[in-house]
Design a protein. Structure first.
Length: 504
């Protein structure tokens, strides 16, 4: 087993949130393990041989409370010092990314590289420390510096790519999108949508459309389609086929052990919806989360069969539609809890090898909620993950992008909505706006990212992250809405951001 000595202010940690913690193997695939904390020793009993790394939510000075990972370590009797191994893990990964990004000689990288050198010096001192307590303290210092350094260098790389993309005219017409709730749009919401976004994502949920078998309710969607069509606002349908609990009609559970019937009913649902709306809706998240989140127990072959069926059905109805396969939890934490699922990169690779006819992958990126795939990550982690998916060879649509605009209380009304970390300082409207600005710069610098869609326009819309809208529940704009409007307006104007960061 792997063991880590965890300290806080040179004292053994008595309580550590292990909600989002998991082990990860050398192939970047999460591993099943039992994690426990006793008297400052974190024990990880893994169920697979070979080296493994630990990923957990950890508070880092100047960075926030984010998921971080150690290097891949061999089992040994003596506990590793957790903060030291977290620092080692980020130093190792940052070394590799600097080479990938090709920014070693870039003049704006000097500050980040100097910070990295300082972190390396602190890390060496931690290895030479006389006591575990001293090593942990130095490890925390090294970790804080290297994570801030990695974000700094990620922004340098983003500025280089963003400048290049601006100069080449590498942006399409529909870059900035936003999701809305199913309720009829109010006048305030209508006004916010008309001038603020390039497209709108509509929730096309099977549960709402067919609440009882062969009984259909089109009223809410029809109202949205009519309004957006009149205003000539492009539309995207999201979650056309998703087996997440909130999307599945209750009556469908009758067939939960009859895959062929579920497949046929899903085919009919896709055809029915697209026949009705394909002349108005140009893009669809044809399937969403089949690899990770399902109310039914599908095996690997059945997941791939549903994916093949859905993409084929969409193109049969509308050969010119933009069809997207949406991937949730792109880091794959869920696989450590349920190995009947499929790791996200493996799913994407298998989709590509199957030769399916689709146009882009989607990545759902909601952060700050204590749920797999939604724990807070720093900007280096986000940039690195996008690079991984960018290598697959399909454009990316970033969907459900969102962070809260105020801290999430653990005793919330929704038991599924609990804290999942924070960035720089605890969430507020100002932090949400700052995060949005930094995220969009990272995302839009990637030449393979075609669209970025914020999850919810207002706080009144259904969402996992409470108060995650760009507007409050009364449709009044938050600082994040103003920041997004600024980015959209100035997209083609070179803009330096390293000197403008004010939080932390």
């Amino acid at each position: 087993m792997l063991c880590f000595a965890a300290f806080s202010n040179e004292n053994p940690i008595k309580d550590l949130d292990l909600t989002g913690a998991y082990l990860i193997g050398s192939d970047e695939v999460p591993l099943r393990a039992e994690l426990s904390l006793n008297k400052g020793i974190l024990t990880c009993k893994k169920r697979a041989a070979g080296p493994a790394g630990l990923v957990l939510l950890w508070e880092v000075t100047g960075v926030g409370q984010v998921l971080l990972e150690t290097t891949r370590l061999q089992e040994r009797d003596k506990p590793y010092i957790l903060s030291v191994e977290l620092a080692r893990g980020r130093l190792t990964r940052l070394n590799g990314k600097i080479e990938d990004w090709g920014i070693l000689e870039h003049r704006d990288a000097a500050k980040g590289l100097a910070m990295m050198d300082k972190s390396r010096e602190l890390f060496i001192k931690a290895l030479q420390a006389d006591s575990s307590e001293e090593a942990s303290k130095l490890g925390d210092e090294a970790l804080s510096v290297v994570v801030r350094s990695s974000e700094e260098l990620a922004f340098v790389h983003a500025e280089v790519l963003l400048k290049r993309r601006r100069q080449s005219g590498g942006f399409g017409k529909r870059v900035f999108g936003c999701g809305v709730g199913i309720d009829a749009p109010s006048e305030e919401v209508q006004a916010a949508l008309i001038d603020g976004f390039d497209y709108v994502e509509l929730p096309v949920l099977w549960r709402d459309i067919e609440p009882a078998e062969q009984t259909f309710d089109w009223k809410a969607l029809d109202a949205w389609i009519e309004f957006l069509h009149k205003k000539r606002i492009p539309m995207k349908g999201s979650s056309l086929l998703s087996f997440e609990e909130e999307n599945v009609p209750d009556w469908l559970y009758i067939w939960e052990h009859d895959f062929e019937t579920i497949r046929d009913l899903a085919f009919e649902h896709i055809r029915r919806v697209m026949d009705r709306y394909s002349q108005y809706v140009a893009a669809w998240d044809v399937v969403s989360g089949l690899h990770a989140q399902s109310s039914f127990t599908f095996n690997f072959e059945q997941v791939m069969e549903l994916t093949r069926m859905a993409t084929a059905a969409a193109k049969q109805v509308s050969s010119r539609c933009v069809s997207v396969i949406n991937i949730v939890s792109p880091w794959g934490e869920y696989y450590a809890r349920n190995q009947r699922t499929i790791p996200p990169l493996l799913y994407a690779d298998m989709v590509m090898q199957s030769g399916l006819n689709f146009d882009a992958f989607g990545l759902s990126l909601t952060f700050g909620v204590g749920r797999d795939g939604m724990f807070a990550r720093d900007m280096f982690e986000i940039s690195s993950m996008l690079d991984q998916f960018g290598k697959i060879g399909k454009p990316l649509h970033l969907t459900a992008v969102q962070v809260p605009s105020q801290p999430i209380a653990r005793t919330g009304t929704d038991e599924n909505v609990v804290p999942g970390g924070w960035w720089r300082v605890p969430w507020s409207e100002e932090v949400q706006a700052e995060w949005l600005g930094e995220f969009y710069e990272i995302a839009l610098s990637k030449p393979f990212v075609e669209r970025v869609g914020w999850r919810a326009l207002t706080d009144a819309d259904p969402q996992f992250a409470l108060n995650g809208g760009l507007f409050d529940s009364n449709a009044a704009p938050k600082p994040a809405a103003e920041k997004l409007a600024e980015i959209r307006t100035e997209l083609l104007q070179p803009k330096r951001r390293v000197s403008k960061r004010t939080l932390g």
